[in-house]
Structures are given as C-alpha cells and as structure tokens.
Design a protein around this ligand. Structure first.
Ligand code: IFM
Length: 751
C-alpha cells in the first residue's frame, strides 16, 4: 500500500467512522483549503449502487438563486470526484464507504471499501500549498483472476446551476447566470495496472474509462488531479490558467503535490497546534477545531471571507456573519496573521456595500451587512420558513447592527496584536472611522441627556425591536473611542496620510468632537449601584423563568415555551451581556463582571452554537473550570457527537473558533497587552498541561502551563525581546532567555 494511504499512527489526529450505522456525515469529514471545500453532500443511503454526489464549493463563487433571484448563494462546482467501478457490467457498491478516516495532521480524507474480492482504498485532498488543486488517489487490490473490470472516472455535468461555456476533453468553463463570474476546472486522470500506465478511452468530455481482465493479486492505481480557477471579471476566461496549473502538476508529478500539501499542513500545525496532556478527548476536540479553522482561510484571496459553515456544507448559503470577526479572527490573528489580514481586507473591500446600507436606512458611515457575500450588500433573507413551515419575517438584516462594531473590534485587535501599521493606514483606519461615523449618527441624543440606540437586535436574537442593547451600545462606544484614538495617532504619526484620508472621507475636527460627545453620552444600561448591565431597556421587567426544567428535553427551550412567551421572558438565545464581558472585560468595574455572569448565565438557552464557548471562556477566566469544561464539551459535541439524521449543513465554524478561544483565552488565560502577552492559566481537572504557539508583533512565542506543579513556561522562538506577564508578574524574555515561573498549583481549578 502507498504510504500516503496509511493514516497517521497517533489517533488524536484521526476522525473516523464506519458505515455500520448506514450514515456518513459529509461536513465533519470535509476537506478544504479556504478556496476549495469538498464534502459528501448527502448522507449516503446504504445499498445505493450509484456514487453519492460529492459537493465542491469554490470560495467567492456566488450567484442569485431561488425563483425570484432574491437570494445570493454559493454555487457548487461540478462533482470532479465521480467514479464508477463495475465488474462484468454490475456496478460495485462503493458508498457509503465501509470506513472513512479524516487525518487532520495531513488534511486528507481516506476511504476504504471491500466488495467481494476487491479492496478499494481512496484518498482525497485539496492542496493547502496550492489552493486551486484537488487530488484523488485510489488503490484497488483485486484477489480474483478473470474478472471483467471497468473503471470510469468523470466530472458530473448534470444539474449544475452554472452555464457551460466550454466543455472539452480535459476542461470545463462555466459562468454564473447573474453575477458575471466564471469557473474553470481542468482535470487529468490516469490509471496504472501492475505498475504500467494504461491509456484511457474518452467516451465523452471530462470522462475517462478503462476496462481490463483482472489477475489474482493485482494492484491498480488511479489518480486524478483537478485545477480550479475562479474569475470575477465578466470577460476573462479562466480556462487557460486552469490548464497551466494542470500542466504544472503533470510536470512535477502527483507525489510532489502531496508532499507540498503535507509540508503546508505541517507548517500550519507547527504554528497552531494546541497540545493538551491528560485529556485525549479534549485534545481531539481542539485538533478537530484547529483543522477546520486552518482549512477555512485563504490568505491569498482578500475578496472572500469565511461563511458560517465555511466551505463544508450548504448552511447559510456561504454567507459571512459576525462569526468571522468575533469567533474566528482571534485564532488567525494569533496563529496566522496573514489570513487575519486578508479576512479584514474583505471587509475593507465591502465597505461601499456597508456605506450604501447605512445611507439607505438614513444613517451616515458604514453599517455592514448582517449576512454578507460578494459585494457587501445585505444578503439576509427578509422571510424564512419556521419549523412548522410558516413564513416568518427576518429582522436581523435591518436590526442586528452590532456587526459594524464587531468588525471594528477585530480590526483593532489585529492591528494591536500584529503592529501591522500598513494595514491600519491602508484599510483599518477607514473601517474604524466609517463604523464610528455610523454609530455617531445612529445613537440619538434625547431629552434625558443620553444618546440612545433604539430598535435593534442584540446577539440574543430572541428579542427584536429592542432599545439600548448593552452589547450593541457598549461596543458602539468602544468603536467610536478607538476611531478617535486612531485619528489622533494618524494625525501625530502620519499627518500626511491623515490629511489625505480625512479629506477623502470628509472628516473634520468638528465631526470628531461630535463623535466624542456621543461616546460620552451613550446609554449603556449599567447601574453603578447594582453593578449590573440590563441586557436592554425593560429586560429586567420580563418574566423570569427557571430554565432548568426545560433543558433535559431535546427540543429547544424556545420551542417548548413558544415564541410569544420567549419574547416576553428573560431568556437569551446566546451570550449577550456575557459576550460583552468576554470581549471587553474592562467595561465591567470591580466585581460587576462576575455578578453579571452569575445573573445571565442561567438565563441563556444556548440555542445558538456560538453560545456555550463564550460562556465557557468567561467561566474559565473566573476560575470556574468545572463549568468551563462542561461548556467546552458541549461545544465540542456540536460537530463531533454522533447524531441521528443528516449533517450536511456544514460544520459550525464559529463554535470551533470558540473552542480555541475557550482553551487559549479561558483555560490558558492569555490576553494581549500593549507591551506583550499575558498568561493567567487555570487548567481544568484532568488536564495535566496545555502548550501552544502564538505570534505577537513579528515574534513567535511558545507557552506551556502545567497544572500540578503550577509552572508556566514561555520561550521566544523568533523575534526581538518582548514582555510576558505571568500571573501578574511582568518579565522580559529573549531568544536566549526564556521564562519559567511557578504560579501556585491550587489556583488552576477553582470550580
Ligand atoms: O451569527 C449567528 C447568529 O449569532 C446566530 N444565528 C446563526 C448565525 C450564523 O452562525
């Protein structure tokens, strides 16, 4: 057997399943590289002799869909992995594969099926080294002599939502019907029997067929490479580039494609692996999360971002939400700054869409789309069917406005952590200023002397048309203040740049003063006497329901209570004030953070997959590692627990980002400071240690924390000396001089 077809020995890198249950969850086993995402679209129905379609999405390939064309969605590319094997004319049942193993250390999916005297082992990958390339390898072992075997490989050209432009023997070029984009796919396939290449018959374009008579002990190797190119320009034919890439693969050979892909994964894991000793289940969960996070981004394409299900499924049509900036960017900023930069540049390129949305709704500045696709125009559907099949109005596209502050928050975190001044000057400052300008027009002064933001939805989407959502208002105030800080910094450090930017945006001193006034007077709902934020005006007057009796059932609390009662109750769908506490702990003076957490945590239904990790992060920071661990496992189960029914919507990439945040910001207690990195670890019961790398302003820092001994270590692997603060003690470290400190073992678990 080819080495590549063998899984890694350490099973904390392996996610497998066999088909004895009759189901294969496609999205969990998706392979992706931020440009291509391939997964089994349907849950395989056992016994179906026809190959189950495999779906491939190409990042950024969007088009208008639906009867009235009002919805923009990612359009699947043609299935390039189709393979039919038959013996004496009888198709071989290949799917569901008897065994499927995702090896996340190498980013490959392996499959295995035995049918009679034939053993099929397969592997597919989409290259992390060259994201335009996909590779499929199949090895057949045949025990019996005299079988008439046919193997046909093809690209499925049926039922495509794309218009064919050119379909040739090795190339397909398609156009989207409305968005003016094009997709090219160049494919080569080859078969080797007992070590010798066999020429294929090509009965149709993009179809290769071989027939032979087997001998006992025969080894047959099939390989197929595909090169994908997306073009956003109406008149550019991407076919030439796709063929060039394919020719390049032919020249270097498929083994080199595999080697470059494996090297790229090794490099990503070097930067982003989190090692947890003592808890194999947690180790697997965080590797699964980091695998999908590393698979979701493509630093080379700043015109696309990551959808709520990344490229692993159909959910949310590939649309981009606040999930990316709040739940994913922390991982990229600290382990893959190039990817973080590119994702933020997507927001810069879609700034005009955000300006247009604000203007259309009567405000100034930039109000980002709640659901964003290619251009930044609002993509949230206005109506959706609920679970009873009734059409309901969706208000998030007009009312869930915290998205603008969330993006500003990520811009600032990126700049502060990386020190990437060029990004700030070329893109970041403009995002900060235009979002601040939106909030300054959105928060309206009223007779009580405060500026109010009325008629919004906060992260808790159970409550609509609300006034003064604490999360929205405090994030808006923070957004304005950071924009003012950026303006002042630009004036001082880069006056010429400031004069160009402020001139182009029409910002003058009077406007900056006005923003400052609004920030001072934004109503936050914080009561200094009680130390409590009210989630929104009137929240405390709503029915207070003990959720405990509702949580044992499988249907969500909201469904059990009904929509009307939920809306009139203190039940948050997800972290709201708690999310504010996770993002801006400095907005909670004294012990008010813990007080708010204790109040809001039991009032959350966690109906959103984004919720448990945020709660876990805060619980860990307060030392309640038992509760934090429960949230960690709850989050891990979202994509890893075996559930009945199809799971082809895609992985919950924000929840996976949340797992990483919980481990690194929560259990390891990492925070980014002006002068460096701080660590304040509190490891849960069962974790012996945690270790990982982060990047800070061009440096690479390796940190480890050990539960029993209470020792925390930091090693500077790259870059100039920096400050590391451990358990409150500030120390300088350099490449020659690492740091090892004991911070007391009993503080790890305060559950
Ligand atoms: O962005 C989230 C939102 O907060 C809750 N509903 C699902 C969206 C996409 O994940």
């Amino acid at each position: 057997m080819e080495r590549i077809l063998k899984p890694t020995a350490d099973d904390t890198w392996l996610f497998g399943m066999d088909s004895s249950g009759g189901q294969v969850s496609g999205s969990r086993f998706a392979i992706s590289n931020g440009f291509l995402g391939t997964f089994d679209a349907a849950v395989a129905s056992a016994g179906d002799p026809v190959a189950v379609p495999t779906r491939t999405y190409v990042a950024g390939l969007f088009d208008a869909v639906g009867p009235d064309g009002s919805m923009t969605a990612l359009i699947p590319a043609a299935d390039w992995l189709r393979l039919h094997i038959s013996i004496a004319g009888t198709p071989l049942v290949r799917q569901p594969f008897q065994r499927t193993v995702l090896d996340v250390s190498r980013g490959v999916l392996m499959t295995e099926t035995r049918a009679g005297s034939l053993l099929e082992r397969g592997l597919r990958l989409v290259s992390l080294h060259d994201p335009s390339v996909g590779l499929q390898l199949i090895e057949l072992g045949i025990d019996e002599a005299g079988l008439e075997v046919t193997l046909e490989a093809s690209v499925d050209l049926s039922a495509l939502d794309l218009e064919p432009q050119r379909i040739e023997h090795d190339l397909g070029v398609w156009r989207t019907r409305h968005s003016g984009q094009a997709l090219a796919m160049a494919v080569a396939a080859a078969l080797e029997i007992d070590g010798a290449d066999r020429t294929a018959a090509t009965p149709a374009p993009l179809t290769w067929s071989w027939s032979w008579t087997s001998r006992a002990g025969q080894v047959v190797r099939f390989r197929r490479a595909a090169a994908f190119v997306r073009s956003d320009a109406a008149h550019f034919d991407p076919g030439v580039k796709a063929r060039d890439t394919l020719n390049h693969i032919r020249r270097i050979g498929w083994r080199s494609v595999v080697e470059a892909h494996e090297a790229a994964w090794a490099s990503r894991w070097h930067s982003s692996d989190v090692q947890i000793a003592g808890d194999a289940e947690a180790q697997r969960a965080i590797r699964f999360a980091a695998y999908h996070l590393n698979s979701a981004a493509n630093p080379a394409d700043e015109r696309v971002s990551i959808g709520a299900r990344s490229l692993t499924g159909e959910g949310y049509h590939g649309h981009v939400f606040w999930d990316t900036e709040i739940f994913l960017l922390p991982f990229y900023i600290l382990t893959w700054p190039e990817a973080a930069r590119s994702l933020l540049l997507y927001r810069f390129h879609t700034l005009d869409g955000a300006r247009a949305k604000a203007a259309r709704m009567g405000w100034r500045g930039a109000l980002y789309a709640w659901e964003s696709a290619l251009t930044g125009a609002e993509m949230t559907p206005e109506h959706l069917k609920d679970q009873d099949g009734n059409w309901v109005e969706v208000l998030c596209g007009t009312q869930e406005q915290h998205i603008s502050a969330d993006i500003a928050y990520a811009v600032w975190q990126y700049w502060r952590t990386t020190g990437d001044d060029r990004f700030l000057l070329e893109a970041g400052a403009e995002i900060l200023l235009e979002t601040a300008r939106f909030w300054a027009s959105r928060a309206v002064p009223e007779a009580d002397g405060y500026c109010h933001i009325r008629g919004v939805i906060g992260p808790d989407e159970n409550h609509e048309h609300i006034d003064d959502n604490a999360f929205t208002n405090v994030m808006a105030r923070w957004n304005i203040r950071r924009a003012l800080e950026a303006a002042e910094m630009l004036q001082q450090r880069w006056p010429q740049h400031w004069s160009g930017l402020s001139g182009r945006l029409g910002i003058n001193e009077a406007e900056l003063r006005e923003w400052s006034g609004v920030a001072e007077r934004i109503f936050t709902g914080f009561d200094a006497k009680t130390g409590m934020y009210e989630q929104f005006s009137g929240f405390f007057d709503l029915e207070d329901i003990d959720l405990a009796p509702f949580t044992d059932r499988t249907d969500p609390v909201e469904v059990q209570l009904g929509q009307e009662r939920t809306q009139n109750a203190q039940i948050a769908k997800q972290a709201d004030v708690v999310a504010l506490l996770a993002l801006l702990p400095e907005a909670f003076p004294g012990d008010s953070g813990l007080r708010n957490f204790r109040y809001y945590e039991p009032r959350c239904s966690h109906r959103s997959s984004l919720s448990p990790a945020m709660h876990g992060l805060v619980a860990a920071r307060y030392g309640d590692t038992g509760m934090a661990m429960r949230f960690f496992r709850q989050t891990a189960a979202i994509d890893l627990a075996d559930r009945p029914g199809p799971v082809d919507e895609g992985v919950h990439i924000a929840a996976l980002g949340g797992i990483w945040m919980l481990a690194v910001f929560g259990f390891a207690g990492l925070s980014v400071r002006e002068d460096g990195i701080a660590l304040d670890p509190r490891l849960p019961e069962g974790w012996d240690s945690i270790a990982f790398r982060v990047q800070w302003r061009g440096r690479c820092l390796y940190v480890g924390a050990h539960r029993r001994s209470g020792v925390v270590e930091a090693t500077l692997e790259e870059g100039e000396p920096m400050i590391v603060t451990i358990g409150g003690e500030r120390r300088e470290i350099s490449r020659d001089q690492g740091l090892s400190m004991r911070i007391g073992s009993n503080r790890h678990s305060r559950a």
